[in-house]
Design a protein around this ligand. Structure first.
Ligand code: TXD
Length: 321
């Protein structure tokens, strides 16, 4: 059924073979980045998805191995583990409503995966993102450069999309950075947003920029309201695959990543989106931008809400089940 593999190729495990996980598997395989192990709690489902993806290999012209499994032993020796397992938001539900359910799922997934891939770099995708990343960091005991969350790349891509639509320019020409938590308190930095180097503040008035920022803050909810059955997954999978690529190809891309902070931006013992260089060893460095008082205050407000949810999550784990 599978092509022979000539030598060791990088392996990426994706825990949670739902919409984000399966789309990410497709992106990674079709970009020829790595072999993929798709793991899910539902029996047969990841195996079926893997077979379906394998059957497309001859057409898509790649030779990546794709395995579907319900067993963490099959994920052994992965270079990267991506955790997307959990429940997505339903209409009207906030990301924080997901906290209780997803906390248990993510901790179980992180422990299951690290047991078989102790050298892996972990990328957490499950919401509420910043808290889940903190819990996975705790559960694995990994150094902070090897565990991170994906949200800022997606939020920035949404901001870039809305800027491009407003100006009628190529989306790839727009660059923006959204920091902070993945939620209503995210921090889009409009003065760092450019179209091929030209700040958007020279191209758009303040009211328009604020409207685009609001739409970015609401980016996930807008899609949930439209779809009514789950949330976004194409752009989230693309954003995660960009991070996987930066690690596997050692690109050292400067990306907004949810990282564990130890004093950067005056924040301690919290996970939040900040600009990081991402290469083969994981987070190579965290860039401390010279933020204005307004921007720094917004980042701190964002961090406070994450901290509150981290405390709630610790209570959940302390309570007898
Ligand atoms: O920017 C971001 N970080 C995000 C996050 C962007 C989009 C989606 N975001 C979150 O990712 C979303 O709120 C969810 O928490 C996750 C996954 O979203 P997806 O849309 O892929 O959800 P699905 O399709 O319901 O898939 C979840 C899968 C599903 O197949 C379950 O059977 C599986 O997770 N699942 C598990 N797998 C393994 N182990 C356990 N315990 C488990 N529990 C559920």
């Amino acid at each position: 059924m599978s092509y022979p593999i000539p030598c060791h190729l990088p392996r990426v495990t994706i825990v949670g073979a739902g919409r984000v996980g399966s789309t990410l598997a497709q992106r990674i395989a079709e970009k020829n980045l790595a072999d993929v192990v798709l793991l899910d709690i539902v029996e047969g489902m990841p195996q079926g998805l893997a077979l379906d993806l394998l059957e497309a290999r001859g057409i898509e012209l790649h030779n990546r191995q794709i395995i579907g499994t319900n067993n963490y032993a099959d994920t052994a020796g992965s270079e990267i583990v991506v955790i997307t397992a959990g429940l997505p938001r339903k209409p009207g539900m906030s990301r924080d409503d997901l906290l209780r359910t997803n906390a248990k799922i993510v901790v179980e997934a992180a422990k299951g995966a690290i047991a078989h891939s102790p050298n892996a770099i972990f990328i957490i995708v499950t919401n509420p993102l910043d808290v889940m990343t903190y819990l996975a960091w705790q559960a694995t005991g990994l150094p902070r450069d090897r565990i991170m969350g994906m949200a800022g790349v997606l939020d920035s891509a949404r901001f870039e999309t809305f800027i491009a639509l407003e100006l009628g320019v190529l989306p790839a020409d727009v660059k923006a950075m959204v920091l902070g938590s993945h939620g209503d308190l995210m921090v889009p930095l409009s003065r760092y947003a450019t179209v091929n180097g030209i700040p958007i503040t020279e191209l758009l008035d303040a009211a328009t920029i604020n409207r685009l920022i609001e739409r970015t803050r609401n980016g996930g909810a807008e899609i949930v309201e439209l779809m009514q059955t789950g949330g976004a997954f194409f752009a989230p999978a693309s954003a995660t695959s960009m991070m996987v690529e930066s690690i596997l190809l050692n690109q050292s891309r400067l990306l907004p990543i949810a990282a564990y902070l130890k004093g950067e931006y005056g924040l301690e013992d919290v996970v939040i989106g900040v600009p990081c260089r991402l290469g083969c060893s994981g987070i190579e460095s965290i860039l401390e931008l010279n933020l204005s008082d307004f921007e720094l205050k917004a980042l701190h407000t964002s961090a406070q809400s994450v901290r509150k949810n981290i405390e709630r999550s610790q209570e959940i784990f302390a309570a007898p089940s």
